[in-house]
Design a protein around this ligand. Structure first.
Ligand code: AMP
Ligand code: MG
Length: 401
């Protein structure tokens, strides 16, 4: 099988996915969820003309410097002044309180002086000062959040202000993550002399959660077809089964034969990418199967490049990772036929921020990866690039949370 391009692989992975059904969740539990429908405001915000400051509600025409106005009441947030402002009158007002009828500006308290129940204007306010008109932020019926919006704190604040106590969101796609390899033990255990600690299970599970999935770590299966098939069966009705390691076709790469026996149809298993040539994609009943390479940096980068967009497709989104343009701190060589994602780190230089490619790009180096904050995209056959040249990069904090 020849290597297929990252672009084509991505299309095959994300094509033809039916988004998950919708479910209703309390607003307070909606962080990270994706709106199933456009969301319209149920009310005007603010619902009445409101004061933006503590002071006195006055008529601009009267509130000249030195004017004396009679204090006739108070309007506070949650309890308005009942009545309207007559000639020569003023109402004590606080931030967020309704501006009484008849008043058209707010004299801030710093510019006023009290003399018993009289208020003396020290500096005349301009008409309309410190008043937020009704509907300044938004009006009832306005669509402010579109279907497909991922909800973060800002969107939750807006949905709350629009008076939505519950929200219809897409069900989180179910992702099951299985690590494979005789050499692996779970973190915290004591490895045998030839063993290492499995770092991928927890990391890929976390990546899936950050992308909006409900993810479970199925643990480790040893390198036997039966063990892999049995463990994979525990994925149940998952939308996505991620199997890490053993995805190639070496003697110990048993994922394909194990899952083929269960009925998996393989779409592809080799892509023109570095790190991550042995990437497998297949379909097993209702479940999409993504086989990630075992090397920890490869597993995570392939997770960023393929698993995130696959989860996004189940959420009804189209994720195209954003690339930003940044200048290189040093020269990098020409690339071969495999699209590369180089680890790099942003550094401050006298010429401004630059990207320093990691000295070692080996796909097993987790400490280097943890120190990196960008992936430098090197398209297939990209020519050499010189220090100062601008290259596309992915910010790791954007894609890993
Ligand atoms: P494989 O793809 O199974 O040939 O694994 C490639 C390399 O990644 C080998 O050095 C494995 O020991 C290592 N590896 C595989 N799975 C994991 C894992 N879950 N955590 C850490 N390293 C792994
Ligand atoms: Mg292995």
């Amino acid at each position: 099988m020849s290597l297929i391009s990252v672009e084509e692989a991505l299309q095959r992975v994300t094509g033809g996915i039916t988004p998950t059904e919708e479910e209703v969740v309390p607003l307070a539990r909606s962080r990270g969820r994706v709106l199933a429908h456009d969301l319209a405001a149920q009310r005007d915000q603010p619902p009445f003309p409101a004061s933006a400051m503590d002071g006195y509600a006055v008529r601009a025409g009267e509130a000249r410097q030195g004017a004396r106005l009679k204090l006739v009441g108070t309007s506070r947030a949650g309890e308005r002044f009942r009545g309207s402002l007559g000639a020569g009158e003023t109402v004590r007002i606080f931030t967020g309180a309704p501006v009484p009828e008849g008043a058209d500006t707010v004299l801030i308290q710093e510019n006023a002086e009290r003399d018993g129940d009289m208020v003396i204007v020290r500096e005349a306010p301009a008409p309309g000062r410190h008043i937020r008109p009704a509907g300044l932020d938004f009006s009832r019926g306005q669509t402010l959040l579109a279907a497909g919006t991922r909800l973060g704190p800002r969107e939750m604040a807006l949905a709350a202000a629009m008076n939505h106590g519950t929200l219809a969101v897409r069900r989180r796609p179910r992702v099951a993550v299985l690590s494979t390899g005789d050499e692996l033990v779970v973190p915290g255990e004591t490895p045998g002399p030839d063993q290492i600690v499995s770092s991928n299970g927890a990391a890929v599970t976390a990546l899936a959660e950050a992308a909006g999935a409900e993810a479970v770590d199925l643990g480790i299966a040893v390198d036997s077809e039966d063990a892999i098939a049995d463990a994979a069966a525990r994925a149940g009705d998952a939308d996505i089964l991620v199997v890490i390691g053993g995805a190639s076709v070496g003697d110990h790469d048993l994922v394909q034969p194990a899952l083929a026996k269960k009925g998996m149809q393989v779409d592809f298993w080799k892509i023109a990418m570095r790190p991550g040539k042995p990437l497998m994609f297949g379909v097993l009943g209702p479940t999409k199967v993504l086989g990630l390479p075992g090397n920890p940096v490869s597993a995570l980068i392939c997770g960023i490049v393929f698993l995130r967009p696959l989860i996004a497709a189940f959420l009804g989104l189209e994720i195209r990772d954003r690339f930003v343009s940044m200048a290189l701190a040093e020269d990098i060589p020409a690339n071969n036929e495999r699209q590369e994602f180089m680890r790099g780190r942003s550094v401050e230089t006298p010429e401004g921020p630059r990207i320093q490619p990691a000295e070692r790009q080996d796909s097993s180096l987790l400490a280097t990866f943890a120190r990196s904050d960008v992936l430098i995209l090197r398209p297939a056959h990209a020519p050499a690039a010189k220090a100062g040249e601008v290259v596309p990069v992915t910010l790791l904090k954007d894609v890993l949370g």
